[in-house]
Design a protein around this ligand. Structure first.
Ligand code: FDP
Length: 328
């Protein structure tokens, strides 16, 4: 059952040429929405059912796996497989590529529950995903796609009932859930040009570990904007899309314990950085990495590649990108 409001289906159909076979895309979107609703149900009842704690395993990133991470992963794989439309998936929760439907036409890159530090509290987390299309003519051209080749990217902020979807060359749209668990009333998101509402979002406890030039930029600019940080990328980026400003997770290069440095950044390129960068571009914004290179231009070399991330209003991102590109 397609859980989009009719108006949005019509909108997608009008863009059929761009999306090439809207019908298949809608089936995939329905699978994503069903998965998100199902995950949200488990999350809402998680405290009572004992699902908000640790699972006892360590994931491919060397991090503790939460019980909810496992539940969200199983649910998502179930719906993606049932859709029949996905050939391969890459998930934060799986070391290997997940082989789904040999005839599927899409690659899906996802993190089914991002923002783990919020899980024990039942506070907002994200379900982030990017979608690329398999090459249907000629030989298969691989599943490691740069963000510029995604056809769509989206995020659910769980359990707030909001869904944001970026469509290639067709804007970023925000939906809200109604009583029947249908995502309705698409609103086109455009980053506000007016700086009055702009916010800065980063983990302030890390600031002394950033490169000196980034620390200097923060010192010069922080008093101009409100500071907000939830600690879950989807939630923090949700605010930036509405209010403008910039979310950043810079490289960690000056940690007092050098073993804790993360010169390559913390966030994952394919299912975090490129996902928000894609939605941001479609809303009129920009995103770069620690070298000032556009996130959407970075060709991933491995599934779980990490990146530093600066994403948000063009003026701010371009300003810091200039500084990041300067050789010192
Ligand atoms: P988390 O590690 O809690 O899963 O990449 C994951 C992520 O959360 C993002 O959602 C979030 O923006 C960031 O990392 C938070 O990291 P810090 O706890 O280091 O601030």
């Amino acid at each position: 059952m397609i859980r989009f409001e009719q108006t949005f289906m019509n909108f997608l159909l009008q863009h059929q040429e761009r999306h090439n076979r809207t019908y298949h895309f809608l089936i995939l979107m329905d699978a994503m929405i069903s998965a998100a609703n199902h995950i949200q149900h488990y999350y809402l009842t998680g405290a009572l059912k004992g699902n908000l704690g640790l699972a006892g395993d360590i994931n491919v990133q060397g991090e503790d796996v939460m019980r909810m991470d496992q539940i969200a992963q199983e649910i998502t794989i179930h719906y993606l497989k049932a859709s029949g439309r996905v050939i391969h998936a890459i998930s934060e929760e799986s070391d290997e590529i997940i082989l789904l439907n040999p005839d599927g036409r899409y690659f899906v890159y996802f993190d089914p529950l991002d923002g783990s530090s919020n899980i024990p509290h039942g506070l907002p987390v994200g379900f982030l995903f990017g979608i690329a299309k398999r090459n249907l003519e000629g030989p298969e051209d691989g599943h490691l796609r740069a963000g510029r080749d995604y056809i769509a990217a989206g995020m659910f902020v769980i359990p707030t009932g909001t869904f944001t979807l970026g469509l290639k060359d067709a804007g970023t749209w925000r939906f809200h859930i109604d009583e029947t668990m249908t995502f309705v009333r698409p609103t086109r998101m455009t980053l506000p040009a007016e700086t009055k509402t702009w916010e800065l979002s980063f983990n302030a406890s890390n600031r002394r570990t950033y490169a000196e030039r980034v620390q200097e930029w923060i010192e010069e600019n922080e008093s101009k904007y409100a500071f907000r940080y939830l600690g879950a990328l989807a939630g923090d980026f949700h605010r930036i899309l509405s209010n403008g400003g910039m979310f950043m997770y810079p490289a960690i290069v000056n940690h007092p314990n050098p073993k804790k440095n993360r010169p390559e950044g913390k966030l994952r390129l394919m299912y975090e950085g490129a996902v928000v960068a894609f939605m941001c571009r479609e809303a009129g914004g920009a995103a770069v990495n620690e070298a000032g290179i556009p996130i959407l231009e970075i060709q991933p070399e491995k599934h779980h590649q990490r990146t530093a991330l600066y994403v948000g209003s063009k003026g701010l991102v371009e300003d810091i990108a200039k500084i990041l590109r300067e050789k010192r």
